[in-house]
Design a binder for this molecule. Structure first.
Ligand code: ZN
Length: 307
């Protein structure tokens, strides 16, 4: 015990007397929790990551705080998802007066178009919302996150050339983990019965997952949680669930579950669990990192859809 206390004391003393040698970390902003984790994996010890929209937060309807503007003002690098996800970002950048380098993590991703047919007809007061023409949830495909990682490594290296080798090595290690994850998802989905591959969620956050892994997702809300589901949309979905005998609907960590509860009770479908769509859980939750989030979602889906 005494030895340990002495060691701790001397380590603290050392830290106190050597601030000049402590490396100044690159201050990096990530716009939301999933991206924050990816940036931290690539940046490692060289970066200090601040995340704007935290665990279980909804970036679609986020309102930046004065503290966010301050963090953005002091950042060296700002990493955003792009694809119209952060509708509040331009104003925040402008208001903060930041000189930070801007990284568009999704640059080079093949976007999935958000079709007009996904807009419910006759929605009132809809014009002011910024939906964009493309589905922003590209991180739900592991291959796309590989593109994010390469972009982030390149742009962190540009901002901090001395760290280039570190970023490259960190990116390579993380890409290997992504490869393993991708293989896991593919084999788990392949094991599902062909007629058990349709999933109901709150909002259309899983288009890239569907495209990459061959499942079908339907949702009463569109690609943004800003839009209210119309009564027509909900009625059509209830009919579809009954017709196709869809056995499970999934709630999302960022979305209000009341509508899903209603749909479940009207169709007899069971709530299959919680999917993490646009945000991680708290660090001690089931989806504290991107890798854990994807594995958690996969286990929820396979548990409800197998048999
Ligand atoms: Zn979303």
């Amino acid at each position: 015990m005494i030895t340990r206390r002495l060691l701790l004391a001397s380590a603290t003393a050392l830290a106190l007397v050597t601030p000049a040698f402590a490396q100044e970390k690159l201050k990096v902003i990530a716009t939301f929790s999933i991206l924050g984790d990816i940036v931290a994996n690539v940046g490692g010890d060289r970066v200090e990551v601040t995340t704007l929209v935290g665990p279980d937060g909804d970036a679609h309807v986020y309102q930046p705080s004065p503290a966010d503007a301050q963090a953005v003002a002091g950042a060296a690098v700002i990493v955003a998802n792009g694809l119209g996800f952060e509708g509040w970002m331009d104003r925040l950048i402008e208001a903060s007066g930041t000189k930070a380098a801007m990284v568009n993590a999704s640059e080079g991703v093949t976007p999935i178009a958000f079709g007009e047919e996904d807009h419910a007809e006759g929605e009132a007061g809809h014009e002011g919302h910024d939906h964009g023409a493309e589905d922003p949830h590209a991180w739900q495909s592991v291959a796309n996150v590989g593109i994010y990682v390469s972009n982030i490594a390149k742009d962190l290296s540009a901002a901090d050339p001395e760290g280039a080798e570190t970023y490259k090595a960190n990116a390579a290690a993380y890409l290997a983990e992504l490869d393993t994850l991708d293989t896991e998802i593919r084999s788990a989905v392949a094991a599902l019965p062909e007629d058990r591959r349709t999933i109901v969620t709150s909002h259309d956050a899983f288009g890239y997952f569907a495209a990459a892994y061959g499942l079908t997702f339907v949702a009463p809300q569109g690609i943004s949680t800003e839009a209210e589901a119309s009564a027509q949309d909900v009625a059509a979905l209830i009919t579809q669930i009954k017709d196709q005998k869809i056995g499970a609907v999934f709630v999302e960590n960022i979305a209000d579950r009341r509508l899903l509860d209603q749909i479940a009770s009207e169709t007899g479908a069971k709530i299959g669990g919680t999917l993490y769509s646009d945000a991680l859980s708290a660090a001690d939750g089931p989806a504290g990192t991107y890798l854990d989030m994807m594995r958690h979602n996969l286990s929820q889906l396979t548990a409800a859809l197998s048999n």
